[in-house]
Design a protein around this ligand. Structure first.
Ligand code: ATP
Length: 257
């Protein structure tokens, strides 16, 4: 009974509260203090952008969240659970609810689009049938408007198409949080805008939460419900696009000029 109440409380937390909380995060490389008491909260259903100049530590932050880098200290809570307290199995379960879109897309060049999309399904959902795999691949490709590319190789696709396929591969596991590493980098402005619009459409369909790291101000303006400005390893300021745009603080103004 007590367990059931706890499970219900956990579910309520997941559906209404903070899905990701980063507290007092520190990460240095030698004398280079990249994250220096960084804090952030991602609320369920929101699109949060971390805005920072090149080299400010945005990728380091995202790598700490997905476990590719170990922070020196601090807390990272996903769905109310401190990830450093979890054993392997529990961590895998929590991580399965978090999707990551790599800046480089990280598609397998020797695999077709279908095989690229099947890969995470086979790895994480071992009991899924071939029919279910086919349906999920089809749905994910339709979500990104590229169902006709199913048998193509990544090299046959444009940069924007590869980004869409990478997004489809992220979506296929129905993540509750999606982390985007510079989703418009390397794309022309029109294609970049299309990718942002697609991200917004998908977020509405799946009611997921997004953490987007970027320094592309068009991306920030279109995507952000809220912005966290990362300067000197800390959350220097936070607010909506229009609020921050009005700021007279030189540290913030530099992004909007
Ligand atoms: N594995 C590493 N070893 C040593 N230093 C690192 C490592 N990863 C990142 N850094 C350093 O951390 C700092 C922040 O790098 P990071 O890649 O997070 O910047 P960024 O804000 O994502 O930049 P960009 O927008 O150019 O991608 C840089 O000074 C970088 O040299």
């Amino acid at each position: 009974m007590k367990e059931q109440v706890l499970i219900q409380a956990e579910k309520k937390k997941e559906s209404s509260g903070d899905v990701l909380v980063v507290k007092h995060l520190y990460k240095s490389f030698g004398s280079n203090k990249v994250l220096n008491d960084f804090n952030l909260t991602l609320v369920n259903g929101e699109n949060l952008v971390v805005l920072g100049k090149s080299g400010s530590g945005k990728s380091v932050l995202i790598k700490c969240i997905i476990g590719l880098l170990m922070p020196d200290s601090g807390v990272i809570e996903l769905f109310g659970r401190n990830i450093t307290d979890l054993d392997h199995e529990e961590l895998d379960k929590v991580r399965a609810k978090v999707g990551f879109l790599f800046q480089s897309n990280a598609l397998y060049d020797s695999m077709t689009v279908r095989q690229n999309l099947e890969f995470p399904l086979r790895r994480h959902w071992m009991h899924v049938t071939q029919q279910e795999v086919d349906n999920l691949v089809q749905e994910a490709l339709e979500d990104v408007g590229l169902a006709h590319t199913i048998n193509m190789m990544p090299a046959e696709l444009s940069g924007g198409m590869r980004k869409r396929i990478a997004l489809a591969r992220t979506l296929i596991l129905k993540p509750e949080i999606i982390l985007y590493d510079e989703p418009t980098t390397g794309l022309d402005p029109v294609t970049g805008k299309e990718i942002i619009e697609l991200i917004m459409t998908i977020q509405k369909k799946y009611r997921s939460s997004s953490l987007i790291i970027s320094h592309d101000m068009t991306c920030v303006r279109l995507a952000a419900d809220r912005i966290v400005v990362l300067i000197n390893g800390r959350c220097y300021a936070e607010g909506a696009y229009d609020e921050l745009k009005r700021s007279v603080d030189p540290g913030i103004k530099q992004f909007f000029e």
